[in-house]
Design a protein around this ligand. Structure first.
Ligand code: ACM
Length: 431
């Protein structure tokens, strides 16, 4: 980009590059000291720029609280403005199933709704519930609209369909998919559920049917299958599952999860897609072409990259935007943790442990927004801003050009932009 007294000139070998150039221009315009008499001054400058990583991601959990299609569109606008190119849409949870599946209507008739929601923190005693039903889902038409809106802004939407855990809403809709076959409710509180898919043919038929519809809706090469926090208690307690483990010649429940994920990985591979899952998919053996999203620190990411698998880094320590951004005394209730802006900004996605060849497997990084403690999209904005601007720079900039003081000064200039867009940014989270 070149700005001279005579003109503003943006060039790029790709249309995507031009789009990114326009975002820079938009940022410059909004951060300039515009006035009635002088118009909008844009500084004379020359910028040569390109992104460091191919996975510049932001995630949004719509399972814990449903966020309207318009809110999701607004989120995509934010991602586009800060040049993210992946939107990880967490669509299924214990507390709600959010995507219409034509073959299984109960997923949204039953699974998209919970009768009430826990109030306050999960750790509070006694647990108190609001008695207010909550839910919602996206029709396939709405999903197509979001995917297309994102694609027009060079953002790929990666859907996440959770398995074998975080599946309580699916099992509430179709109890035969569970290990016991007994009815369960859509979960009304946070935390990890004991309810897990039964690892049998009928379940695979269901999941493959669901994925067939998902693949129709999402052109993304990567399909996220979750894989995190699958408690194995029901598998341990079930004589049928134990028999299956023995018959398959597997060592334990971790190997059974691995067997489960491998089967889904094969299904996706045969359809030209790539499976991505949380780092628990390493336990019991990683499926052949799987990509790992490392969230419990970076160990899983390092292990996967060492084995030649691609990795997206999203460790809780630097990328979990559901953590407190300043002293909890001054903040709305959050899940816990402490992740101020400066720490987010300091994140280096390529671990020192990896040599140059293995480091190529680090596709990039991603900020995650889990919404247990974010009831509304205004709350999401509060937790995401300003920290997602730090993630944006982590995944875009070369490490040698990063400078927190410089970033802070530039970020402060974005306040008029946040205000013009009516973003509910956190003032306590600002530098
Ligand atoms: C996760 O935060 N359970 C991936």
């Amino acid at each position: 980009m070149k700005v001279t007294p005579a003109m503003i000139f943006i060039s790029s070998p790709t249309v995507q590059g031009l789009f990114h150039g326009l975002q820079s221009l938009k940022q410059l315009i909004f951060t300039s000291a515009a006035s009635q008499d002088k118009g909008i001054p844009v500084p004379a400058l020359k910028i040569t720029d390109y992104p460091r990583f191919s996975w510049r991601g932001m995630h949004l959990d719509v399972g814990r609280y449903f966020m309207s299609k318009d809110s999701v569109i607004r989120y995509i606008d934010f991602l586009a403005l800060y040049k993210f190119n992946k939107f990880h849409w967490h669509l299924t949870e214990d507390q709600g199933w959010r995507i219409e599946i034509r073959k299984y209507p109960k997923l949204t008739e039953t699974g998209a709704w919970r009768k009430e929601t826990i109030i306050g923190h999960l750790k509070d005693t006694p647990r108190v519930y609001d008695g207010i039903p909550h839910g919602g889902y996206y029709t396939q038409e709405e999903i197509r609209e979001v995917v297309e809106y994102a694609a027009d802004r060079f953002i790929t939407v990666i859907p996440e369909i959770e398995m074998p855990g975080h599946a309580q809403a699916a099992i509430a809709s179709y109890p035969h998919l569970g290990v016991t076959g007994k009815p369960v409710e859509v979960k009304t509180e946070w935390g990890i559920s004991n309810i897990i898919f039964n690892p049998v043919e009928e379940t695979f038929r269901f999941l493959e049917d669901v994925l067939e519809e998902v693949l129709e809706l999402f052109p993304s090469e990567f399909i996220h299958i979750g894989g995190d926090e699958a408690k194995k208690d029901q598998w341990k307690a079930s004589p049928a599952v134990q028999k299956q483990i023995r018959e398959l010649g597997l060592k334990d429940e971790d190997e059974l999860q691995s067997w489960f994920i491998r089967r889904i990985e094969k299904f996706l591979s045969e359809r030209g897609r790539r499976l991505i899952g949380w780092d628990e998919i390493l336990e019991g053996g990683l499926a052949p072409n799987a990509t790992v999203m490392s969230w419990r620190g970076i160990k899983g990411g390092i292990e996967a990259a060492e084995m030649g698998h691609d990795v997206v880094m999203s460790p809780t320590t630097h990328c979990y935007l559901d953590y407190y951004q300043s002293d909890p005394e001054n903040e709305p209730l959050a899940i816990g943790g402490f992740l101020p802006l400066e720490k987010v900004y300091s994140y280096e996605p390529v671990p020192e442990e990896l040599d140059a060849e293995k480091a190529k497997h680090i596709l990039g990084a991603q900020g995650n927004v889990w919404t247990e403690y974010m009831k509304t999209f205004r709350d999401v904005e509060y937790m995401a801003f300003p920290r997602m601007t730090a993630i944006a720079e982590v995944v875009w900039s070369q490490p040698e050009s990063k400078d927190y003081i410089d970033f802070s000064n530039r970020l402060k200039m974005h306040v008029p932009l946040f205000e013009a867009l009516d973003i509910n940014y956190s003032k306590t989270g600002m530098p």
